[in-house]
Design a protein around this ligand. Sequence first.
Ligand SMILES: Cc1cc2nc3c(=O)[nH]c(=O)nc-3n(C[C@H](O)[C@H](O)[C@H](O)COP(=O)(O)OP(=O)(O)OC[C@H]3O[C@@H](n4cnc5c(N)ncnc54)[C@H](O)[C@@H]3O)c2cc1C
Length: 556
Amino acid sequence: MTNQAPFNQLSHKQENISSEPRRYLVNIDSISMNQLFTDCLVIGAGIAGLRAAIEAADPQLGRGCNVIIVCKAAVQDSNTWQAQGGIASVLGKKDSFESHIADTLNTGCGISDKKVVELVVRRGPELIEQLLRWGTDFDKINGHIAMTLEGGHSHPRIAHAHGDETGRIIAQTLINKVRQNPSIKIIENFFAIDLLTEDNKCTGIIGYDKHGRLQIIWAANTILATGGAGQLYRETTNPEVATGNGIAMAYRAGAVLWDLEFMQFHPTTLYVAGASRALITETLRGEGAVLLDSNGHRFMKEYHEAAELAPRDIVSRAILAQMLKTNSTHVYLDVQHFRKGYFAKRFPRIFELCKSFNIDVTHDLIPVRPSAHYMIGGVKTDMKAATSIKNLYACGEVASTGLHGANRLGSNSLLEGLVFGKIAGQVVSQSTKVVATHLRHPLIKYQIPHSDRTRLDTIDVRNSLRALMWRNVGITRKAQPLKEAEEIIRFWQRYVMDKVFDSPAGWECQNMLTVSLLMAHAAQQRQESRGVHFRSDFPETDDAHSKKHIEISKDV
Ligand SMILES: Cc1cc2nc3c(=O)[nH]c(=O)nc-3n(C[C@H](O)[C@H](O)[C@H](O)COP(=O)(O)OP(=O)(O)OC[C@H]3O[C@@H](n4cnc5c(N)ncnc54)[C@H](O)[C@@H]3O)c2cc1C
């Protein structure tokens, strides 16, 4: 490895990190199980999966596949549905692709893939215009999509819908579009347990349906769009579905994973004891909200010249440092100076949320602190959304395309899901030649040795894991706590991974242990600070040795 080659080709490979020996989490006897067949299977119904399905089923592009989308809960249960602030794209006359590209690369701290950044930024406007044509009710000014500013962007380029309900409005548009197409079938409450493979080729999945049955879905092509992993942390903005399933499934199947040390923490989530950590969008700071500590002091200027508009990692660490300095559990967002009536109109969801906790934002400060928000790392994909496993594609938060580098620029993730969802669907549509029912399906017989260890309280393991990740693999990291986290997770794995569970809670717990271990391991390997990965024992960025990606895969 040298620093002469383009850095995006540089990676440091780690193999067989996890102590889990298993290829599959459940016993399989493919002949005797329920079976479905499809040209294209999409796992996940967020922006990436829905957009991919629409494209894969389009008969004007290629074969016009029959598509099955599975999602483990209701179609509305996704990170996409929760997205508030907006979607970034160059739509204003004073803005330019070059500026959006430069901002994205700048935030990525030296390890973004420039080709990917260019692709995503340049494709953005046409796909947002398409969403508009399909019925997304973006907020407008004088008939044009209204654009707002967010930290790290040098122009107002964030399109939003119904104020702070951007994700819900976009997702609803895509769901409507999917439902209009008889070639696409959505199966809700279907838990994908494992990807089925033969000779490094994906042939479908084994899952668990709403009737409590194991079910095989054979697919000519599979698109993984299972979203993020915020639930690995005690404090998170992510809904319950975000447990890193796709990363764990892909790891067991032998896919190459990338950048798992990079978990982005959102600086401002509502901190009210007992409430879930609801996100208070960054756009609020873009529109003038300021951060105060518990003494009423505006502190951000002491940490960064852009103050409240500094990149997320800097704001998160500054808040944490200020909490320590003032011996407080949180800081505050102050919006009392906003024009009368503006907040309720522009941020209706947050307004209602605060009101439900007796916080009147026109007179009260909003208590906030950081929490786990966005998984930058994931399943490594190329410009065509292809993974290292044949016939397996990945898009959205589960994928690691190299767009975000070591830090994600706000509102670039919905954009990435939209662009790579379309690309994945298009590639699948153009490459699917054989009708799924005519494919030869492998015989899979897989038997796990019986374990007679006692039954487990998986909720307890899960809660302990989330607390450990928050404490030891959180916003600020260092060698000893990271090593301790890895040891503890390995210990838990010894008695959790040998079980055969019969419901999603157990498989999810196993997946969470797998992904957490890989993250703790990757965080130890990166002995420098870069983007969202901050090591207090290596506070500097080390371009000479560490300007590369950490790649992880398992021999299967
Ligand atoms: C509160 C919040 C606010 C955000 N605000 C913004 C914003 O303003 N702008 C922005 O760009 N980004 C924002 N983000 C990030 C953005 O929403 C996500 O990165 C993006 O929506 C991810 O889309 P996705 O399609 O990859 O995954 P998701 O939308 O998370 O969808 C994942 C899907 O996979 C399914 N799934 C998971 N595991 C399984 C399994 N085992 N079997 C079957 N199905 C499974 C889930 O059920 C779900 O349908 C925000 C995120 C959160 C949490």
